[in-house]
Design a protein around this ligand. Sequence first.
Ligand code: ADP
Ligand code: MG
Length: 695
Amino acid sequence: MAARPKALFPLFAEVTALKGVGPRLGKAIARLAGPRVVDLLWHLPTGLIDRRFSPKVAAAPSGRIATITVTVEAHLPPPNPRLPYKVRCADETGILHLVFFHAHKDYLNKALPVGAERAVSGRVERFGAEIQMVHPDHIAPIEELASLQTLEPVYALTEGLTLKPLAKAVSAALARAPELDEWIDPAFLEKQRWSGWRDSLASVHAPDGESALDPAHRDRMRLAYDELLANQLALALIRGRHKRAAGRSLRGDERLRNRVANALPYRLTASQQRAIGEIIEDMAGPSRMLRLLQGDVGSGKTVVALYAMLAAIEAGTQAALMAPTEILARQHHAVLAPLAEAAGVRVGLLTGRDKGKAREAVLAGLASGDIAIAVGTHALFQKGVTFRDLGLAVIDEQHRFGVHQRLMFGQKSDRADMLVMTATPIPRTLMLTAYGDMDDSRLTEKPAGRRPIDTRTMPLARLDEVVAAVSRAIDASAKVYWVCPLVEESEAVDLAAAKVRHAELRTRFGERVGLVHGRMKGADKDAVMAAFADGPVDVLVATTVIEVGIDVAEATVMVIEHAERFGLAQLHQLRGRIGRGERPSTCLLLYAPPLGETARARLNILRETDDGFRIAEEDLRLRGAGELLGTRQSGLPDFRLADLAVHGELLAAARDDARLILSRDPMLADRRGAALRTLLYLFERDVAVTYLRSG
Ligand code: ADP
Ligand code: MG
């Protein structure tokens, strides 16, 4: 078992362990930054307020933040409650009115007793002749003046959370940050002129000027490097273990592949042939394969995987294909079983839902080797599943698995070659962060006969026209996907929206409309999907939590509501569900105006191109810091401190450093090694640490 170092315990406590953070505040913080103390450390300031400016009242310019020393002269309660409560203060140059709406009288009398001297800080406004400060940010006794005259960090906020309590919580979190042994190479540290971890963290949260907010600032660079180093070191450990495991050469005789080629209703594209060639060659090599197969939605990765699996079987071993969801596993099974069986190869299906006798039979078949190909969900890799001899493991990632599942998979199939399929091409830089140095094959062309998809954008207000178009389409026997967005924060609300849409479309189209969403039971989902694939349902209303990855050739229309809320890669993936058959397809992206600049650019790119590789690059380019949503949904690592647009060079350095570290001290056993283990825990790469032990 991996054990987190004691020194880090205070950081992995819940935020409510901090003084002044109760359950309500804790919830808001969890929503904004994360549930634990460490998440607050990673919540870096986005701006600052300069409170060092301390003019006399008469000299205070309107609109500027100032910290002013005044004497309280009188309280002026309003003649009626709709007017503000004022407190008249003054210094020797003039009168300053402090203005409060919805005032709490008792509080104000206590904070501002008549005759007392007070330091107040806030934005100064002039109303005619009157100098005002509306709701001062700080009111403090004069002894605390110096502690007010500082640069105050500003943080991104969320509903129910204001700056003051958040800043307090961050300070409390910082106070818990321990001194840790340095994990960065001393020579590199010096060359970069970086400070230690704790000092860098403290100064990032206490910016001494605008430049301290720049991601290229020294202290921010240091923290970004820490995160990237943890990422690259973890990946290097995983990869190292993978490569260390005795590889073997799997060389087939093409016997099964030739039979399947005869049964295939189409010819492989040149791209598919090249990818198959690369994979087969890699499998035949002496070391263990770890390869990525990248190809757009619909580029035909499944058949490439099938050929690789057949080669493994020709060489006397078994193969497994793991899909991210139940539905996709079943679909893969339905596609692969008849093809493989044409070559006399048995395919078994194993998901969490397969129980009882059927399950027992599959387990027995895998153990004896009678079943040569296993298709399933992660249930394939639970305890009690044994293969006679697994030679190749394929993961159809579709961007749904995190690193965690990849690791589980790696542990199960100790010697097996591994092929990971991803549906959305990944830009080079991101590939490094998600997979480390991994070989890849790319499917760059679409199977012949594909018609380009006509993509259009429309404001939601034109829904009537959309419904009319859907009506014409289904009368011409097309099938229609209707996607309603789901925003993490309020699944219930969005589900309600999908239900409403479903009900509305039902009044128009009756039983021809189905609904599928993430909270449905597996069997119910399958039933709706089946009714859509070849049954009475022509319009499938879906929330995005479900994988609409099923392959329905008649589906030629895709409507996406609130397309502006989706990431580019996600829209591209969804759109890939249509345009699979011979008939022309249409994708309607409905948006709620006004569109922001980024959203507009995103929708334009989709109209312009269908090339997933280009879309992936544009996605990275457009993805500002505020748009982490896209990252999260894509399954790529979601960096808290590093911004690849700025820290790309640090990433390369971290990769080289990780390599060097492991070549010198593969078990992270020396003093720096111990510090590096702590780093891995700090960034929650715990699983990678366990690899050190099982070596
Ligand atoms: P993806 O890469 O998204 O997994 P699939 O493997 O599901 O794509 O393939 C999409 C569709 O294209 C399937 O219906 C498949 O049968 C078909 N297909 C695959 N390769 C070819 C080809 N070379 N020519 C024609 N159709 C193909
Ligand atoms: Mg696929």
